[in-house]
Design a binder for this molecule. Structure first.
Ligand code: T1G
Length: 686
């Protein structure tokens, strides 16, 4: 039965006793692209017709079962004889052979759907299964919405598909998704299932899986689900279609549900939100590719140091500890050490309470963070991240001390959010080992990390910074060394435009409401300003000698009145500890009157009835303009990098693809000066 001209992406092996092994082997993740499916279907048809074959075992090479359908394929719809995952699964479904999925690695999306079309499923303990299609603005389009509800109940299946998370093998076994978690060789284990009776999930009924609510159970559960997800026009398009598909699994025969699923899938794959999310998927995977960067091995980071036990320094230390890297915090103030210890143990306790960490793991990690006062204690660390007050003299003094105290090959990183990395590096004799690692507050929560490359940062130091970002489970974006790097540089333009809208008579509350609820940002611009601190804006704005974010001195005035934002209980908005734990923005007529008065004195024309669409355009265009300038100047490597920064660092709605993708594909707005990608040139301090 072995097939000499075995196609290149799929291998077949005769295991004897009528068992045919089919191995998916298409690096990196055995994606079930049109080409692989085109090779698989005829193989399965031949096996179905071969009386010598009783059982087909599917497995995957390259450490995966399969990462699912090939996301690249969605931009080119299948033509007449193109074979897709659905065709593969239909061929399995029609065959009378016994099918076993046996895998040591992840089975995701279409890969998991292929496993669900099999009669038995076996995996190793480290394997995971999942239907992450929702993260691409899609739904599982190869039977997942019809089979998973029939296997584990509609409610559990719906929750799993709406989240799109992976499930570990032991949990999948407990759920009845797997038949066995193999301790040894998974193919050997699969042989035990040879010749076992067929067990098509499609022949089962999809139980609701919730306490029986009687006649109205399905409509009630479905209605509930629709209410729990965002509106279709604001990031929930795929979720609502997914719920419709699961409802079909409950109410319709399998064949009709299978057809309904395809119609809903086709609607999604052609939708703008899905195109945006697929752009984000690939943009994120481009980040570590730095044009012109010589290939070097990263330095292995086994131990770390952090200077400063403030909120940022402590958060950064927690990030290292969570990645299993012991870290020493240098802090001279006892009070700061105490506060830092509280934050550390509180964070790990929270993770234990949430079931993310065992008590033992949490204890081990928390105790891998130590406190010292003397820089000499950092003599052996591989990297130090400085997180002291945002002042150049202070930072240069710290780096000079680090230069003297640490081993010559240690990397010295600054967490500065705006200061010049080259000037900081000049305080050391090792500028090649210096870079910026700009974490976003709270450092142990926010995924974004800007890896800032100075003029003299060596390729190995930059490569190490990028690799460290991945090890710390951050989304690491390379930035040139310029004021505000990428994210904050754009933030000032965005906030200035919002303030100007307010000067023209549009209330901060309405601007925030439109940007948050209509466009989909996590927070509106004024709530963001209040969260960051108006004194910070004021300080940066004045230190840059720039205009105070708009045409009137509203921020300076508010700071003068002690209205610093959330931290002082009032900024653009008011905050009341009794309301939303003091974090809920409450409109403040006093501020609106102050803005109106300042605008009047400045003779600014009023236009309070500007449309919602105009508010969105006025706030998103400065992002596209400043993002395009950063790409042209080589501070950002690609428009996609800018998109990722704003999605992960500032809550830009991913279903709009990021500021650059949105401008080009939805707003059809060409940024000032265009977005010609930067030539490969030294990223410098502009
Ligand atoms: N299609 C195409 N390329 C993929 C891919 C995919 N599904 N998954 C990964 N890659 C590429 C990725 O671009 C990168 O390429 C390389 O593989 C390594 O990826 C019909 C419609 C599998 C957990 O959503 O979650 O099935 O940059 O860096 O960290 O119902 O990749 O090296 O050139 O992420 O080890 C559903 C998406 C598809 C899974 C591996 N499946 N992938 O993580 O490696 S739609 C997904 C992942 C579908 C069916 C539906 C992860 C991973 P390059 P990586 P990793």
């Amino acid at each position: 039965m072995s097939n000499s001209n075995t196609p290149q992406r799929v291998k077949t092996t005769d295991l004897g006793d009528g068992v045919l092994l089919i191995t998916l082997d298409s690096p990196p993740v055995n994606a079930l692209g049109y080409a692989l499916c085109g090779e698989l279907v005829p193989l399965l048809e031949a096996a179905a017709a071969d009386p010598a074959v009783t059982t087909v075992v599917f497995t995957g090479a390259n450490g995966f079962f399969s990462g699912g359908a090939d996301v690249n394929d969605f931009s080119t719809p299948p033509t007449g004889d193109t074979k897709t995952v659905r065709d593969v699964i239909e061929t399995v479904e029609k065959s009378d052979k016994t099918f076993v999925a046996a895998f040591d690695g992840s089975a995701l999306g279409g890969g998991f759907e292929l496993a669900l079309a099999c009669d038995y499923r076996i995996a190793t303990a480290k394997s995971r299964v999942g239907l992450p299609e929702i993260k691409l603005g899609l739904l599982p389009g190869a039977g997942g919405t019809q089979r998973l509800p029939r296997l584990i109940g509609a409610n559990d299946a719906l929750q799993m598909m709406l989240k799109g998370d992976m499930m570990k093998a032991p949990d999948a076994l407990a759920k009845g998704i797997l038949d066995e978690v193999a301790s040894g060789d998974v193919i050997e284990a699969a042989k035990k299932y040879a010749g076992k009776p067929k067990r098509r999930i499609s022949e089962k009924k999809a139980e609701l899986g919730v306490a029986n609510l009687g006649l109205f159970a399905t409509p009630f559960v479905v209605a509930q689900a629709h209410m729990m997800v965002p509106p279709e026009e604001n990031g929930g398009f795929a979720a609502h279609k997914l719920i419709d598909a699961v409802q079909a699994a409950i109410e319709l025969p399998f064949e009709r549900g299978w057809a309904r699923e395809l119609r809903l899938f086709m609607e999604l794959v052609q939708s703008t939100p899905s195109a945006a999310l697929r752009h984000v998927f690939f943009a994120e995977r481009e980040l570590s590719k730095v044009p012109g960067l010589p290939k070097t091995e990263p330095i292995e980071i086994k131990t770390a140091g952090v200077i400063g036990a403030g909120t940022m320094g402590t958060g950064i230390a927690i990030v290292f500890a969570e990645a299993g890297i012991p870290v020493t915090i240098i802090e001279t103030k006892d009070e700061a050490v105490e506060k830092s210890r509280e934050m550390i143990f509180g964070t790990f306790k929270y993770n234990v309470d949430k079931g993310r960490l065992t008590q033992e793991d949490a204890w081990k990690r928390a105790n891998s963070i130590s406190f010292e006062t003397d820089y000499a204690e950092l003599g052996d660390v591989d990297i130090v991240v400085e997180a002291v007050f945002e002042s150049m003299p202070v930072k240069k003094d710290v780096f000079a001390k680090l230069d003297a105290a640490t081993k010559p090959e240690a990397i010295l990183a600054s967490n500065t959010s705006t200061l010049d990395i080259d000037e900081i590096a000049s305080a050391t004799k090792r500028p090649g080992n210096v870079l910026g690692l700009h974490f976003f507050a709270p450092a142990n929560i926010m995924k974004l990390l800007e890896v800032v490359r100075g003029k003299e940062t060596s390729p190995q130091t930059l490569t190490t910074g990028i690799a460290l970002g991945k090890k710390l489970r951050k989304v690491a974006v390379v930035s040139g060394n310029a004021f505000g790097f990428i994210g904050n540089r754009m933030l000032f333009e965005y906030e200035a435009q919002a303030v100007q809208l307010a000067e023209e008579g549009v209330s901060p509350a309405r601007i925030d409401q439109v940007i948050k609820e209509k466009f989909g940002f996590a927070m509106g611009p004024f709530a963001v300003a209040d969260l960051s601190g108006l004194d910070v804006y004021n300080f940066i704005s004045q230190s840059q000698g720039g205009s105070p974010l708009g045409r009137i001195l509203i921020i300076a005035k508010l700071v003068e009145q002690g209205r610093l934002g959330q931290k002082s209980g009032a900024g653009f908005f008011k905050y009341d500890k009794a309301v939303g734990k003091g974090r809920q923005a409450i409109p403040d007529p006093e501020v609106e009157q102050l803005i109106a008065q300042l605008a009047k004195e400045a003779g600014i024309p009023q236009n309070p009835n500007v449309s919602d669409e105009e508010i969105i355009a006025r706030c998103t265009r400065p992002l596209a303009d400043s993002g395009a300038e950063l790409v042209r100047n080589g501070i950002a490597l690609r428009p996609g990098d800018v998109d990722i920064v704003w999605i992960y660092g500032y809550g830009f709605p991913p279903h709009h693809g990021g500021p650059m993708w949105y401008a080009e594909n939805e707003a059809h707005y060409t940024p000032k000066g265009g977005t010609a990608a930067a030539e490969t040139k030294e990223l410098t301090h502009a």
